[in-house]
Write a protein that binds this ligand. Sequence first.
Ligand SMILES: Cc1cc2nc3c(=O)[nH]c(=O)nc-3n(C[C@H](O)[C@H](O)[C@H](O)COP(=O)(O)O)c2cc1C
Length: 305
Amino acid sequence: MSADLRCQLGRLSLKNPVMPASGCFDWYPEHDGPFHPDELGAVVLKSTTLQPRDGNIPIRLAETPSGMLNAIGIPSYGLEGFRTILREKWSRLKTPVIASISAFTPEEYAILARELGKEPTVAALEINLSCPNLEHGVIPAQDPVLLRECVEAVREATEAMIIAKLSPNVTDIVEMASISESAGADAICLINSIRGMEIDIWKKKPILGRGTGGLSGPAIKPIALAMVYEVCGAVKVPVIGVGGISRAEDAIAFLLAGASAVQVGTISFRDPLAMRKIITGIREYLDSEGYTSVTDIIGLARTDT
Ligand SMILES: Cc1cc2nc3c(=O)[nH]c(=O)nc-3n(C[C@H](O)[C@H](O)[C@H](O)COP(=O)(O)O)c2cc1C
């Protein structure tokens, strides 16, 4: 018999530990595509803001060696528009749906959490504390005081499961994870993209319209893995590993480091079936290594247990 991929992420029961990273997956039910999101452990939606937003000026995406730069800037339908899409489209899924919220103040985070936490379709809320390319303001995940205020505001606003998504663009990721945990996060997700830039040497200006953006994809995997490893050793809440996961082997490394689940982002732009291949590859690894459940390998590579 094949290994059991079911796992637990806090109070969420997942059929497997693989989900898309926010902003890297969509689904068009009217097109009968080759991949149905119910194959996934959960679906994480693109971050939504309170008010509608257009996002950044183009160019918003640039390919780099082993990765991609983006400065999308959270285009959003706003709360009301998002709620409509949630009810009309995402409510059709059987797999858990995780909504991602992005905001400019703790008060805005609280409104989004209160409103979306009430939606029956929303199984959990991911708090995007880390978008590195908004045009103004401090990034909460980089400021210990603001981070605490934002997570506490969300915690007070909802009883829904909340996941704090952190930025790698900090000196001490463990400090930020510990603050999130003590402020009431039920899980931690890391990492968001890493600040980066590319320059068009012929036009003699940055490629991205905003100048800098966030680097994602295979190039960032070792950085993400080290941070996930460190955070898993420091917090009690479950950790979701994300950053450069492109193959089953990458996902397995994050589970061995202690992550309870993984998210897959940039590779889906190149291969829309990547997540299915990663799920299949995890099962094949477990079978060949003689494990009966994916939970058997979580944290196995840790030297501190
Ligand atoms: C095009 C694009 C859009 C993204 N949008 C969001 C977003 O809306 N909210 C968020 O929390 N992260 C967003 N991210 C970050 C990803 O969720 C993920 O944390 C990051 O890309 C690292 O994973 P990867 O290397 O597998 O892509 C975005 C990334 C990309 C490439």
